[in-house]
Design a protein around this ligand. Structure first.
Ligand code: HEM
Length: 194
């Protein structure tokens, strides 16, 4: 389904993912299925939040594991491989694969970011994570600023898209950071002709 709204967690809608930022969810815009003419290469690069990763590994002495094609840069950025890109009007729906799983405090802290889904456009965006065991559920992690890609040499590039913690994302992180907390910015690349 191309025009479906991104299903956020049961308590969230597009408009309250951030408490008011007008994130559009086009219902009827003509959909362009980009993966008909785009090799599915590309990636989402996201460091989540530097202090969170530091907390888990150094303070809580827990660990994180990456799987499903996620790679980790020296700069603490996690790169999730692109699975699917769909353009709907000025908005993009980008599906990524792979996971980063944080565990600490003997499993009391258990944060899984898996197969993230991003919808982003001129009205803002939402980055959501799937959950294990329920293919339909998505948890909105962060909302993003409005962002449109730069197009160069058959590549779409979103550089440093600012993000803020969404309500459900705050819950996922134990309600320690308030909703609206600055999180790491997103970097996205989609190769159109690989
Ligand atoms: C035994 C249970 C836990 C203990 C004793 C504990 C203890 C702490 C302490 C002492 C800090 C402050 C660290 C510092 O800044 O120096 C902290 C921060 C934090 N905790 Fe926990 N915690 C526990 C469970 C959890 C759980 C279940 C979560 C859920 C994901 C969580 C998420 C966080 C986050 C997000 C921070 C802020 C990290 C940052 O950005 O600085 N904690 N915790």
């Amino acid at each position: 389904m191309l025009n479906r709204q991104i299903p956020l967690s049961p308590n969230e809608t597009w408009s309250d993912a951030d408490g008011g930022l007008p994130v559009s969810a086009p219902e009827s815009a003509e959909a362009v299925v980009v993966d008909q003419f785009v090799a599915a290469t590309g990636r989402l690069v996201w460091a989540i939040r530097e202090s969170f990763v530091r907390y888990v590994t150094l303070i809580a002495r827990g660990e994180y594991t990456i799987a499903g094609g996620v790679t980790e840069g020296e700069d603490g950025q996690f790169a999730f491989p692109l699975r699917r890109a769909v353009q709907e009007g000025d908005d993009w729906r980008l599906s990524f694969g792979g996971s980063v799983h944080f565990v600490a405090h003997h499993g009391l802290l258990d944060v899984l970011i898996v197969d993230p889904e991003l919808v982003v456009g001129p009205g803002g965006g939402v980055l959501a994570t799937h959950v294990r065991g329920d293919a339909d559920e998505l948890i909105a992690m962060v909302v993003t600023d409005a962002a449109s890609p730069e197009f160069s040499r058959k590549e779409l590039v979103w550089q440093e898209v600012p993000t803020k913690l969404a309500t459900a994302g705050a819950e996922l992180l134990g309600n320690v950071y308030p909703k609206g907390t600055d999180m790491a910015s997103l970097g996205i690349r989609v190769q159109l002709d690989a």
